[in-house]
Design a protein around this ligand. Structure first.
Ligand code: FE2
Ligand code: FE2
Length: 258
């Protein structure tokens, strides 16, 4: 609910100021007639994702959908393509989890997306391709191919990345660390000299290795704006937890607290 308040301007803080939000009016989608198939499709995605671990479960997809709707509005992307792609973007996850990562869930998800769209009665090949292309490229990394090639794909990519940073990103990082038995917190040195899935694979390690770089990967202007705010919150949080872990926050200014 917090991110919704931020996105629709009810937060009351500085985040309510969005000077360029009105620069791009909400565009009517030429695919609006597919809207009635959306609830059925979302239900299929929910069934597929409800058993996934919390980092990539149905809750994550709903947050990505909310962010994607906002980004689509601001960036002038086709709302229907974005909504369908956002709700389907991780449907390949269970297959990737089942074979320990040999399957790429974005590639597999694009195939499943095309099939599910057909199963809910959508035969429009161009629409199916537009949606599945967003799913296929939502995992894009600079050193690999498959860069998002449409504004809709960029929006879905950014929405997915935004959900991995900020307060939600911190929560996800601690959730993952707890699931693999990692420490609550460790030093920068211990974190950076450790391996994935080790006891030192803490939330702080996730921040240092991955989360602090996500802001620089954003593809849309509005995505970058939100990512910057979420990034600043993470920096403050991890600075604070480092100080608390060292007892620095209880020191009395100008002398000892003993
Ligand atoms: Fe994904
Ligand atoms: Fe995702």
């Amino acid at each position: 609910m917090i991110h919704m308040a931020i996105l629709d301007g009810r937060s009351g803080g500085p985040l309510t100021i969005r000077p360029f939000m009105a620069r791009m009016p909400s565009m009517k989608s030429k695919h609006a007639h597919f809207q009635e198939q959306f609830p059925q499709l979302a239900e299929r995605a929910r069934e597929i994702l409800c058993a996934s671990p919390a980092c990539h479960d149905w809750d994550h997809t709903q947050r990505v959908l909310n962010l994607a709707r906002h980004l689509a509005r601001v960036e002038g992307a086709d709302r229907i393509v974005v909504e369908f792609a956002a709700v389907l973007h991780d449907v390949g996850r269970p297959d990737e989890l089942a074979d320990q990562g040999r399957t790429c869930h974005a590639q597999r998800g694009a195939e499943i997306a095309e099939r599910l769209l057909g199963e809910v009665g959508i035969a429009d090949g161009a629409f199916k391709t537009a949606v599945s292309d967003c799913v296929r490229t939502h995992r894009y990394r600079r050193r690999h191919g498959g860069k998002p090639a449409s504004v809709e794909a960029e929006v879905v990519f950014d929405a997915d990345k935004l959900d991995s940073i900020g307060a939600v990103g911190i929560g996800r990082a601690f959730h993952f660390a707890g699931r693999i038995g990692a420490r609550l917190h460790n030093t920068r040195e211990a974190a950076l000299n450790s391996e994935s899935y080790s006891r030192e694979d803490s939330a702080y390690r996730e921040f240092l290795v991955k989360l602090q770089h996500i802001r620089d990967c954003m593809l849309t202007r509005e995505g970058r704006r939100i990512a910057t705010l979420r990034h600043e919150f993470m920096v403050q949080f991890f600075d604070r937890i480092c100080r608390e872990a060292n007892g620095e926050d209880v020191e009395v200014e100008g002398g000892s607290n003993q």
